[in-house]
Design a protein around this ligand. Structure first.
Ligand code: PEP
Ligand code: MG
Length: 537
């Protein structure tokens, strides 16, 4: 039994087998082979397996995301049969007498290098496809896995996980996350909390753990490999205590979120997928205060269609049965990169092409999402919210596009809710400072304390090294929150908080004193926050 100490970033305990997730391709060694005929056969067998895996992915994408997303796997299958690619691999095996893994890696690197140097945008973008195909072939040949659907629930161990990697995993097959580098405020940590999975970071992970049994304790930040019976019993006890605590919290279900002095708060859930509404309802959410809609874009291999988005929003609206659902328009960019939306080189992506900036630059993408939201608005109480706002001009441009979309839908005779509420995130210091003017343009504000802290303190929320100074309680952050609430109220605008700070019960009293109207938190925190509000003045 070996125990490792790290940092818990999502509470809970879990036990089970480890899946070591290998993101990148490991360096491939040019091992010499004697029997080149056998090596060629091994290569052909791997190709057959790759075709099979790509066909499965293609069928799944077709079902989940439509033709456009599935097309990418068809392209990959065609590349796999490309004559030049295959000739180069076989020549290397027979001529240089190297293993198939190396022949594939060298061929992939050579072709990808040539493509990325081309002037044509389309051909340049194909270089990533060649790399992907080579990566898949090497994984099959070397028997390493990058599988996103393990046969049984696993503890996922990885150097780091990007949000797009995290959402690819089948949630029902995950028990916990263990990483080397991941800050508590990263989207991956937020996703773990939304999924109610324990997570520990800062662990010196080892690929030899793959397949071993482990216990992850997200409260104490420990990971134990090959746990003995004593520890397994301790874990069961901890789990039992967790369950008892959850049981105690059940008394807050069905109760209004009202403080001792009679202040009523709307207590909502943050979600990242359609299925998260189940956890929101189970924990008695009074609405969805933040639907991080970009995760739908990260799950898909191409831009989701209007129909796909419409169906997702319609499902959420119907599931929430009249409770309001605030859909934040896609906040891609920075750490949430969709492979098909290349921002080009960015020296500083957190301050780069992200959020509303992408939407205003690519009105085609924005309009598709807004059409889907408006069309779904007749199936429940939907509201729309724009992220990363820094100016009045941006808000006015968004409203202009919304007006166009409404006119278009009206012309097409499609039903929608004319007066859907419109809000913005206050998550940049600029937006907080000009909140008095912004309030005149919208129906509500939602304060994103994760980014507000990052930009106010100039501290990267992703950087685990800076976590000790990433201080959401900093007086400057609290003052911007207070000021935003005051300015919102002056214009009669509702003000909520949807960043991670909303679930920090050491600040519940402070937020009530500031006059906050809504708190929106990960589903598993709802009852804890309700108990804090009920016990506050
Ligand atoms: C925030 O910045 O606080 C927020 C809620 O948005 P996200 O965490 O998705 O950036
Ligand atoms: Mg944000």
């Amino acid at each position: 039994m070996q125990q490792y100490n790290g940092k818990g970033i999502a509470d809970g305990v879990a036990a089970g087998p480890i899946l070591y997730y290998d993101r990148g391709r490991q360096p491939v060694i040019p091992a010499a082979v004697e029997d080149t005929g056998a090596e060629l056969k091994r290569y052909e067998a791997a190709k057959t397996e790759a075709h099979k895996q790509l066909q499965t992915l293609c069928d799944k994408a077709l079902k989940k995301a439509g033709k456009e997303s599935a097309a990418i796997f068809e392209v990959h299958r065609m590349m796999l049969d490309d004559e030049d690619y295959n000739a180069s691999v076989t020549n290397r095996i027979t001529g240089e007498k190297v293993c198939a893994e190396y022949a594939v890696a060298a061929t992939g690197d050579e072709i990808a290098g040539k493509l990325s140097a081309m002037d044509d945008d389309y051909l340049r973008a194909r270089s990533a496809d060649v790399e992907e195909i080579s990566g898949l072939m090497i994984r099959i040949l070397s028997g390493t896995s990058a599988m996103t659907e393990p046969p049984e629930p696993v503890i996922l161990v990885a150097e780091d996980l990007s949000p797009s990697e995290t959402v690819q995993f089948d949630r029902s097959k995950l028990l916990a996350f263990v990483t080397r580098d991941c800050s508590a405020n990263s989207h991956t940590a937020i996703l773990a909390r939304t999924m109610n999975l324990p997570a520990v970071t800062g662990i010196d992970i080892d690929s030899s753990w793959n397949g071993k049994q482990a216990v992850v304790d997200g409260c104490n930040g420990t990971v134990t490999i090959d746990p003995d019976e004593g520890l397994m019993n301790e874990m069961l006890l901890l789990r039992h205590r967790d369950e008892e605590h959850m049981q105690l919290l059940q008394q807050f279900k069905g109760r209004p979120t009202v403080s001792r002095s009679g202040r009523k708060i709307r207590l909502c859930a943050n979600i990242g997928s359609v299925t998260d509404t189940r956890a929101a309802l189970e924990n008695d959410a009074e609405g969805i205060g933040l639907f991080r809609s970009e995760f739908l874009y990260l799950e898909s291999n191409g831009l989701p269609t209007e129909e796909l988005l419409f169906n997702c929003y319609k499902t959420v609206a119907k599931d929430m049965a009249g409770k309001q659902v605030v859909i934040r328009t896609l906040d891609l960019g920075s750490d949430k990169q969709a492979a098909y939306l290349d921002p080009g080189h960015e020296a500083n992506p957190a301050m780069g092409w992200r959020g509303i900036r992408i939407c205003l630059d690519r009105p085609d993408i924005f309009r598709t999402q807004l059409r889907a939201i408006y069309r779904a608005s007749s199936f429940g109480d939907l509201a729309v919210m724009f992220p990363m706002i820094v100016s009045l001009d941006e808000v006015r441009k968004c409203k202009g596009i919304m007006a166009d979309v409404k006119a278009e839908l009206k012309k097409e005779g499609l039903p929608f809710k004319e007066d859907m509420e419109t809000g913005i995130m206050i998550e940049t210091p600029a937006a907080a400072v000009i909140s008095e003017s912004l309030a005149k343009e919208v129906d509500f504000f939602s304060i994103g304390t994760n980014d507000l802290t990052q930009y106010t303190l100039a501290i990267d929320r992703q950087n685990a090294k800076l976590e000790s100074i990433y201080d959401s309680h900093h007086p400057a952050v609290l003052e911007l929150i207070r000021m935003t609430i005051e300015n919102g109220h002056k214009a009669g605008v509702r003000v909520g908080i949807c960043g991670e700070l909303a679930a920090d019960t050491s600040l519940t009293q402070t937020f009530l004193d500031y006059g906050v109207d809504e708190l929106s938190v990960s589903p598993s925190f709802i009852l804890t926050v309700r108990s804090a509000v009920i016990n506050a003045d």
